[in-house]
Write a new protein. Structure first.
Length: 258
């Protein structure tokens, strides 16, 4: 059974097209009726729109096998008085979902992906947190890759803010236990005996996705088709409990190994 990441794993960070072996891997899972979930940290489009985009580029799977943080957000964050930071697409998606953005007296500081956070934005976040706002990340990615550049991910921003304010944070998407438990519950609709120790997670984010999965007992596969150019960039410096069980170049290489 599988949990499959999307950005950098199934689709390229550069052109948002399928990475080698992605379509074929899903075809194999579908043909053999192997249970799986597509677990993405998508926050720029509403869930159905991003799912439809994945369908349009040939990644064929049912919507009940799809999970992203937006689908769990309302369980974690009230729609009232949210100071949200991230891309314009993310902010618009939140407003379309009924969230009321408040940069005067927010109850929650909510962080999404963005490559160009400004010093003034950080200053504003810090003031809100010191005034009592809660700190929430849409996910905990280590690196955000865009336009052949690598920026601090949401996880890195959360760590910065926590260090600056001593305000602890919570996470909606990967690698939060709540997100993975939701994924497991949905997977159990395909296979009632599914448990974390029967799941293999495939992702290009060895810290932001796979570390949390490994802590819950899942097997982990790190692919170097996304955030990292090679395993040597990151794996040797990881603590033992974060090291992935297997490393492959891409989904095609995993498929050929089966």
């Amino acid at each position: 059974m599988y949990f499959l990441d999307v950005q950098g794993t199934l689709i390229s960070d550069s052109d948002k097209q399928p990475i080698a072996g992605s379509r074929e891997f899903l075809q194999m899972l579908n043909a053999k009726k192997i249970p799986y979930m597509i677990i993405t940290n998508n926050t720029k489009q509403d869930s159905h729109s991003f799912y439809q985009y994945l369908q349009s580029i040939g990644l064929v799977f049912d919507f009940d096998k799809y999970l992203d943080p937006l689908m769990l957000l309302q369980k974690s964050v009230s729609k009232e008085a949210v100071a949200a930071y991230g891309s314009e697409a993310f902010l618009q998606t939140l407003q379309n979902m009924g969230y009321i953005l408040d940069y005067t007296d927010p109850k929650t500081v909510l962080i999404g992906v963005k490559e160009d956070f400004s010093a003034d934005e950080y200053a504003q976040m810090i003031d809100f947190l010191l005034a009592g706002a809660a700190l929430v990340g849409m996910h905990e990615t280590s690196i955000y890759a865009k336009n052949a550049k690598r920026y601090p991910g949401v996880g890195a921003i959360l760590k910065l803010l926590e260090f600056a304010t001593s305000v602890s944070y919570s996470v909606v998407g990967k690698p939060s236990e709540a997100f993975y438990k939701e994924g497991l519950e949905r997977l159990q609709k395909q296979a009632s005996d599914a448990s974390f120790d029967t799941i293999t997670v495939v992702s290009d984010d060895v810290k932001g996705d796979l570390g949390g999965a490994k802590a819950l007992g899942m097997q982990t596969i790190f692919v170097t088709s996304g955030k990292y150019k090679s395993a040597e960039e990151i794996v040797p410096s990881l603590q033992k409990d974060l090291k992935p069980d297997l490393v492959f170049s891409d989904m095609q290489a995993i498929l050929e190994s089966l």
